[in-house]
Design a protein around this ligand. Sequence first.
Ligand SMILES: [Zn+2]
Length: 132
Amino acid sequence: MKRNYHCPKCYGLLNPNVRIILKAECRGRAALVLFSPQPGNYNAIVPESLGLKRHDEVKFTCPLCSRDLTSRRNKAMAEVAFSTPGGDSGRVVFSRTYGHHETYFVTKEEVRSYGRHADRDGVSFWGEGPTG
Ligand SMILES: [Zn+2]
């Protein structure tokens, strides 16, 4: 089932085709970065011109409205919204640190974590632990 990813500010569609497009900024350089829509797949397409090195902190902004996607709950993370044709919706929260593989899919019902750096216990840090 295809998930649609949206900017949480302007609700613009971030994956018009397959990959999720975000603007990335680091050390005064900016580029568009393409992410896989598949949870746990970290084969992002990052232009070499961005000059990212492991552990760099990247600022992600919406390519449509240019607003900052840094999570208000945790500044080390960025987040976008998602919805499915089946009516599921929620947020995808991911690490802003290059090379740090940590992603959470948060819905009202549950939190799913992906990536080798993800720590399920750490999720409660932003008060969004699984319920029920
Ligand atoms: Zn936007």
